[in-house]
Ligand binder design. Structure first.
Ligand code: FAD
Ligand code: NAI
Length: 476
């Protein structure tokens, strides 16, 4: 890598992409004393996550949950809204915009604070750093020189052949976050994170929601027992599921969209009418226009930038992180990698523990998991013990009126070391943090079971599940 150059480059690091991977990498690199620029073509910083992903979806999830609570749940608590509850969707959407705006401006402030240069526009690698010459990144008419280049260009929705997205009636998550009227019937293609979160938003606001899923289960990456319980709970809420089914075409007309469905294994076709169709069958790495081919940066068999354990691509001086490389497409995973690669570039030993990256579906109840699923442990031939505790037996969950779900822990049969944790229930996404830390510290189920948990709290269900691993849960 060109650490000694005749003419010093303008920057030590140029990061391409200002999503959670890129902007966090830029901040960490600046903290370590490096001169940093970040290229972003969007009008605002923060990437998919802050602009069209995590943040706007969570704003709508919160607002729609508040609406559903007011309309259907508060009466159980003796809180009566006799005037009735009405929806101001325009206000709800405007609030979402305000939340996004505050967040993206926050990143701009952090860039100013850390003296990070925002190069506005489309970034393209012109030359890799090497042979005494700096790397070059073109942004618009200008070319900037740098010692290191970090690719953090993120991902985009996977299109479904025969189902053409217009972001009005046939939408990706981007259009699905912007609807100006509640659809009568929303058909979601794909029973994963986006389908179930956005499906929940629009169901709570009054839509009938049908999820068409190719496989025989929803959230296929999650623990199967949790997936089954999740499907049951969502069905009780009004979701309709068409599993083992594929969509082979879509016809958009004046009165909505007609989808053609077939059994996944083949069979007779049928039609399904929708007012809006959400395509949510996964995301793919975004690599077009970056000049990777010319620079010689290798991609893997799924079009992701290939990196080694230290985020180095096939070209010295060019690194890659986040959704554009392998691994779960999650904001916090991208952030951890952003920190690690900045530290590696600065000569430190940045590292990410992939065994301790949580995944959370922010529906209600929430679904959260970390580490191995039961299916993975079986496939790997690992001997394990499991402990489960339902929220029906947790005092706080009863007080809240939120007793759906359970905590399930998986521990090594011999050493008792925690290998996986899976929660479906109220605030599962917050509860999982304790277990992420436990796995990070190499804790045993016994360690969690012997830790005092405040009473009455939802976290006591975690303690009880840990006790259950040893066959000694107290409250069931
Ligand atoms: P991105 O956030 O995609 O950022 C990449 C940036 O690079 C973009 O802003 C893009 O404009 C820019 N870029 C690309 N190419 C160029 C170029 N040539 N020049 C200049 N700029 C370029 N994850 C979670 O952990 N929790 C959630 O709750 C969550 N919710 C989500 C909800 C939705 C609807 C979606 C779509 C995703 C959600 N995700 C969530 C996933 C999360 O958004 C991604 O994992 C995360 O944004 C990846 O970060 P990144 O930095 O790798 O890429
Ligand atoms: P996903 O991978 O979570 O789910 C896609 C689903 O579509 C899977 O169940 C898959 O079996 C199904 N599928 C694939 N092809 C299909 C087809 N042709 N017909 C019917 N079903 C099909 O992808 P999703 O929901 O699009 O989200 C993309 C990614 O964004 C997620 O994997 C996650 O990494 C991230 N995300 C994270 C969130 C969070 O952390 N809370 C929220 C939203 C997105």
């Amino acid at each position: 890598m060109p650490d000694s150059l005749d003419v010093p480059p303008t920057f030590d690091v140029i990061v391409i992409g200002a999503g959670p991977g890129g902007y966090v990498c830029a901040i960490r690199a600046a903290q370590l004393g490096l001169k940093v620029a970040c290229v972003e073509r969007r009008e605002t910083l923060g990437g998919t996550c802050l602009n069209i992903g995590c943040i706007p979806s969570k704003a709508l999830l919160q607002s729609s949950e508040n609406f559903e609570e007011a309309a259907h749940k508060l009466a159980d608590h003796g809180v009566l809204l006799d005037g009735g509850v009405t929806l101001d969707l325009a206000r709800m959407q405007a609030r979402k915009g305000e939340v996004v705006s505050a967040n993206v401006k926050g990143v701009e402030f952090l860039f100013r604070k850390h003296k990070i240069t925002w190069l506005k526009g489309e970034g393209r690698i012109v030359a890799a750093p090497g042979q005494g010459a700096p790397g070059q990144v073109a942004v618009g008419e200008e070319t900037h020189t740098t010692r290191h280049i970090v690719i953090a260009s993120g991902s985009e929705s996977i299109p479904l052949p025969g189902v053409e997205v217009d972001e009005q009636r046939i939408v990706t998550s981007t259009g699905g976050l912007e609807l100006t009227a509640v659809p009568g019937h929303l058909v979601v293609i794909g029973g994963g994170y986006i389908g179930l979160e956005l499906g929940s938003v629009w169901r709570r606001l009054g839509a009938q929601v049908t999820v068409v899923e190719f496989l025989d289960r929803i959230v296929p990456g999650m623990d199967a027992e949790v997936g089954k319980a999740f499907e049951r709970i969502l069905t009780k809420q009004g979701f309709k599921f068409r599993l083992k089914t594929k969509v082979t075409g879509a016809r958009a007309g004046n009165d909505g969209v007609t989808l053609t469905l077939e059994p996944a294994a083949g069979g007779p076709a049928e039609e399904l009418r929708a007012d809006v169709v959400l395509v949510a069958i996964g995301r793919r790495p975004l690599t077009a226009g970056l000049g990777l081919d010319a620079a010689g940066v290798a991609l893997d068999e799924r079009g992701r930038v290939q990196v080694d354990a230290h985020y180095a691509t096939s070209v010295p001086g060019i690194w890659a992180i986040g959704d554009v490389i392998a691994g779960p497409m999650l904001a916090h995973k991208a952030e951890e990698e952003g920190v690690a690669v900045a530290e590696l570039i600065a000569g430190q030993s940045g590292h990410v523990n992939y065994e301790a990256i949580p995944g959370v579906v922010y529906t209600w109840p929430e679904v959260a998991s970390v580490g191995r699923t039961e299916e993975q442990l079986k496939a790997e031939g690992v001997a394990y013990k499991s402990g489960k505790f339902p929220f029906t037996a947790n005092g706080r969950a009863r007080a809240m009126g939120d007793t759906d779900g359970f905590v399930k822990l998986l521990a090594d049969a011999k050493t008792d070391r925690l290998l996986g944790a899976h929660i479906i229930g109220p605030d599962a996404g917050t509860l999982i943090a304790e277990l992420v830390l436990a796995i990070e510290f190499g804790a045993s189920a016994e360690d969690v079971a012997r830790t005092s948990h405040a009473h009455p709290s939802l976290n006591e269900a975690v303690k009880e599940a840990a006790l259950a691993v040893g066959g000694r849960a107290l409250h069931i």
